[in-house]
Design a protein around this ligand. Structure first.
Ligand SMILES: Nc1ncnc2c1ncn2[C@@H]1O[C@H](COP(=O)(O)OP(=O)(O)O)[C@@H](O)[C@H]1O
Ligand SMILES: [Mg+2]
Length: 525
C-alpha cells in the first residue's frame, strides 16, 4: 500500500515495514515455497508502485495475475488480515490498477511484437540455438541486409535474406568471410522451428514502442503491463531470451538517470527460476550485466522464485529488497539452502532467522530492505498486507473487454506488413527469373537466326555452284564440238596434203583430239 511516499508491505507487530521508492531500483526478490504467499506479495508491491505513479511490468507465467485490473473483494480471511493490521484506520480500500494485457501470440492481450533487426543476430541466434559458426553467418546475413538497405522485419524477411545470401554465397564469401551453405541450411531449419513456436507472430509490425510503457492513467497511477507467458514458458530459451531482450531494449532506450525519487519502471518476473534454468553461461552473464547496469537507468527488477538458490549468485548479490516467505527444510540439501538463505539476512537479536524462516505462516515473510541511505535493514518477521485488487483471476470476457477498450488497441491490434527484404527480394527473384528467361529466349532466337543464315548461305553457294557447273559443261560441249570440227578440218587438210585415204583418216582424228585439248585448256580459264 502506497502511503506517505513509501510502500508499506507489511508489519512486524506494530512496526510498519516499507520499501523506499528511492531505493526500489536496487532490485529485489520474493522467495518461498509454493503456497506461502509469493504471488500475493508481488501483487501488493505492484499495486503500490502503480499507486505511486510507477509503471510496472509483470511476466504472468501461471495466468494468475490478471485480477490486478479489478477491485478486490472481501472474504473472511482478508477481513481478518485487514483487521489484524488495522488497515481500515489507515485508509485501505479495495481497488484495481490501470492494466494493459500483452501477449506475444496476440491471444490474451495486445500483440507484443518486435522486428528481427531489433532483436539482432546474437539474441536471435540464442533463441534459435545456433552454434558459433552459424551465429557468425547469421551476423553476416544481417550485415549484408544492412549494407544493401534491406529491412529485416519478420521471419519471411530473414528467410528470403538467407536464400539470397545462399544464392550469392561465392561472391559474398569474398567480401564478408566464409558462408557455408550447410550452415545456411541449418539456420533456415532453426528459423522454421522458431516460426512454429510463435516467431511468425512475434516478429512483425507494429513493433512495441517501449515508450508506450511509461504511461500513467489520468489520476497519475502507473500502468500495470501484464505479459501472458503461459504459452511462452513452454520454450524456456525463448522466454529467457525474450525477457533479456526486453531488458536490453529498456536499457538502450532509457537515458542515465542517476538517483531518482522513484523508479521509472519496475519489472516482476514470477517463476524466475525459468529464466535461469538451462540458460547458457553467456546468457546468464548477460542477464547479470543488465541487472547490474539497468538500475542507473531507473529500472528496478524483482525476481519471484521458490528458493533464492535458484537465482545465480551474480544476480542474487544485486538484490537489495528481499521478501522471504517460508522455506521447507526436510532434506539435508534443503536445510543447507535454508541456512544459506537465513545467513544472507542482517540478523535481528529478537529472533533466530533460520528457525523463523521454517516456521513462517502463509502471507508472512522475513523482510529486509535497503534503508534510505542504501543500507540493508535488520531482518523483520512481517505479516504481509493483503492485496487491494482482486485475488482471483478475471474471466475471458472481461479480459477481452479490457483489451478492446484499451487506448493502445488501435495502435497494436492489427498487423502491418510493409515493404521489406522479403517483398524486395521477391521482386528481385521474379525480375531476375524474367531477365534470365528473356536472355535465354534471345540467345535461342539468335542461334536460330545464325542457323537460318548459314543454311541460306549454303543454299546460295549450292545454287551458284550448280550454275557454274552448268556453264562449264555447256562451254565444254561447245569447245569439244568446235575443236572436233576445227581439228577434223585441219586434219583433213593436213591428211590430204600428206597423202591418200589413210593420211586423211589419221589426220582427222589426231587433229580433232589436238584441237579439243587446245580449246578445253582455253575454256578452263
Ligand atoms: N498477504 C496475503 N494476504 C492475504 N492472503 C494471502 C496473502 N499471502 C498469501 N495469501 C493466501 O495464500 C494463498 C497462496 O498465496 P500465493 O501468493 O498464491 O502463493 P505462492 O505464489 O507462494 O504459491 C493465496 O491465494 C491467499 O489466499
Ligand atoms: Mg505464485
Amino acid at each position: 500500500m502506497y502511503q506517505d511516499n513509501k510502500i508499506w508491505i507489511g508489519s512486524a507487530g506494530s512496526k510498519k515495514v516499507h520499501i523506499y521508492p528511492k531505493m526500489a531500483n536496487r532490485h529485489g526478490m520474493i522467495a518461498g515455497a509454493t503456497g506461502t504467499g509469493k504471488t500475493v506479495s508481488l501483487k501488493v508491491l505492484a499495486e503500490s508502485f502503480s499507486n505511486c505513479g510507477v509503471p510496472v511490468f509483470l511476466a504472468d507465467v501461471k495466468g494468475d495475475l490478471s485480477g490486478i485490473c479489478k477491485d478486490g473483494v472481501e472474504n473472511e480471511s482478508l477481513a481478518q488480515r485487514i483487521d489484524a493490521l488495522g488497515l481500515m484506520e489507515e485508509g485501505f480500500c479495495f481497488c484495481g490498477c490501470p492494466t494493459t494485457f500483452w501477449d506475444i501470440y496476440g491471444e490474451k492481450g495486445l500483440p507484443l511484437r518486435t522486428t528481427i533487426s531489433e532483436m539482432g543476430p546474437l539474441l536471435l541466434a540464442k533463441i534459435m540455438g545456433l552454434n558459433d559458426t552459424q551465429t557468425s553467418i547469421l551476423s553476416i546475413a544481417f550485415k549484408i541486409a544492412d549494407d544493401e538497405e534491406l529491412l529485416l522485419i519478420d521471419t519471411k524477411d530473414l528467410r528470403s535474406m538467407l536464400q539470397y545470401v545462399g544464392e550469392n554465397a561465392k561472391e559474398y564469401t569474398l567480401r564478408y568471410g566464409n558462408i557455408s551453405t550447410a550452415s545456411l541450411g541449418a539456420i533456415t531449419r532453426a528459423l522454421t522451428a522458431l516460426e512454429s513456436e510463435g516467431g511468425e507472430l512475434f516478429f512483425g509490425e507494429p513493433a512495441l514502442n517501449i515508450s508506450d510503457w511509461f504511461s500513467t492513467d489520468t489520476s497519475g497511477r502507473g500502468m500495470v503491463h501484464i505479459l501472458d507467458c503461459q504459452r511462452l514458458i513452454n520454450n524456456p530459451t525463448m522466454y529467457s531470451t525474450f525477457m533479456l531482450w526486453l531488458m536490453s531494449e529498456l536499457f538502450e532506450t532509457l537515458p542515465e538517470a542517476g538517483d531518482l525519487e522513484k523508479p521509472r519502471m519496475v519489472f516482476f518476473f514470477d517463476e524466475a527460476h525459468l529464466l535461469f534454468d538451462n540458460a547458457s553461461k553467456e546468457l546468464l552473464g548477460k542477464v547479470e550485466q543488465v541487472v547490474k547496469l539497468i538500475r542507473s537507468k531507473g529500472v528496478g527488477i524483482y525476481f519471484i522464485t521458490q528458493n533464492p538458490k535458484d537465482i545465480p549468485n551474480g544476480v542474487l548479490s544485486q538484490l537489495g529488497n528481499k521478501i522471504q516467505h517460508a522455506l521447507h527444510a526436510y532434506t539435508p540439501s534443503e536445510q543447507k539452502a535454508a541456512k544459506a538463505c537465513a545467513q544472507s539476512f542482517r540478523e535481528n537479536p529478537a529472533f533466530d532467522t533460520y528457525d523463523t524462516l521454517l516456521q513462517l505462516g502463509i502471507g508472512e515473510a522475513l523482510v529486509s530492505v535497503l534503508d534510505e541511505s542504501g543500507i540493508p535493514t535488520m531482518v523483520e518477521k512481517c505479516t504481509i498486507l493483503p492485496p487491494q485488487s482482486l485475488m482471483s483471476t478475471i474471466d475471458d470476457g472481461e479480459r477481452e473487454r479490457q483489451i478492446q477498450n484499451h487506448l493502445l488497441y488501435v495502435r497494436y491490434s492489427q498487423t502491418q506488413d510493409r515493404d521489406s527484404a522479403y517483398e524486395f527480394l521477391q521482386r528481385k527473384f521474379i525480375a531476375d527469373a524474367e531477365n534470365e528467361q528473356a536472355a535465354k529466349e534471345a540467345a535461342a532466337a539468335e542461334k536460330q537466326r545464325l542457323r537460318e543464315e548459314a543454311a541460306a548461305k549454303k543454299e546460295a553457294e549450292k545454287k551458284e555452284a550448280a550454275k557454274n557447273k552448268q556453264i562449264k559443261s555447256a562451254a565444254k560441249s561447245v569447245a569439244s564440238s568446235a575443236a572436233g570440227t576445227i581439228g577434223r578440218e585441219l586434219g583433213n587438210t593436213l591428211g590430204s596434203s600428206i597423202g591418200g585415204k589413210f593420211g586423211k583418216k589419221l589426220g582427222g582424228n589426231v587433229g580433232a583430239s589436238l584441237g579439243r585439248g587446245i580449246l578445253s585448256t582455253l575454256f578452263k580459264k
